[in-house]
Design a protein around this ligand. Structure first.
Ligand SMILES: [Zn+2]
Ligand SMILES: [Zn+2]
Length: 243
């Protein structure tokens, strides 16, 4: 079945994410847009994922747990998971490596952790938009080791994109999929996401993947399948299919 997706949405836990980007608002906006599956990908944390997954379950939207990891070179890597427990293990790993700088909400923005009813249950005190002590060479094996799919985010953007920072795409780094907005010249399957920091930026139902079932398992298996196609035979079918 065709599942319309947006795998890169920030919540109010990202300091740069709008405070209106609560788990329920994100889920409801995604449904209004006609999406079937989203991933919540805050900077270096997945702590609003349980609320978003629960909100999605109530409303019939599949929500994958994710994070947008910042490598030590300031490259953004979208890390998609099937299970929240696996994402937690990655978060625990990088938490110990991140520079500990206290967030100043008045400068960087609030970092609110919410429950499935959008009630505030905590706040992340350390600034999330700092680099983790994980290099771009280490990140793909690390994320795969915890069961995730590492995807260089917005590779075609100058700011925090892999190509902009390294100067070229290095196929030896172990990535099997990229995220970009248009043809970025990388010979791997690609996904197209919104990187929404505001509700209105969440993607329209434009890009889809073919999955067996409309579930986290089905979507993750479909993504893994695309990665397999991308392995070895570069130029395999992309995830970017547009009507
Ligand atoms: Zn980014
Ligand atoms: Zn982002």
């Amino acid at each position: 079945m065709k599942l319309y997706y947006d795998f890169h949405i920030h919540s109010c836990l990202s300091p740069c994410g709008d405070t209106d980007n609560t788990p329920n608002n994100i889920v409801n906006m995604a449904l209004i847009k006609g999406l079937n599956v989203i991933a919540l990908a805050d900077h270096n944390t997945g702590r609003n994922c349980p609320a978003a997954i629960a909100a999605g379950r109530k409303s019939g939207l599949v929500v994958l747990p994710a994070m947008e990891l910042t490598t030590s070179e300031d490259i953004h890597i979208l890390c998609l998971f099937e299970r929240y427990e696996d994402l937690c293990k990655l978060e625990e790993h990088i938490r110990g490596t991140r520079l500990r700088i206290r967030n100043k909400p008045e400068i960087f923005g609030e970092q609110a952790i919410l429950d499935e009813n959008d009630e505030k249950i905590g706040e992340e005190e350390d600034l999330l938009i700092v680099s983790a002590g994980v290099s771009v060479e280490e990140v793909a094996p690390l994320v795969k080791g915890y069961g995730g799919i590492p995807i260089p985010a917005h590779v075609d953007k100058q700011a925090n994109g892999l190509i902009g920072i390294l100067g070229a795409f290095d196929y030896g780094l172990g990535f099997e999929m990229v995220e970009c907005s248009a043809d970025c010249g990388v010979d791997l399957p690609r996904i197209v996401d919104s990187d929404a920091h505001y509700l209105w930026d969440i993607a329209e139902a434009e890009h889809f993947i073919e999955a067996e079932t409309c579930s986290a398992h089905g979507v993750f298996a479909a993504l893994k399948g695309l990665c397999e196609e991308g392995k070895g035979a570069r130029g395999g079918k992309g995830a970017e299919r547009k009507e």
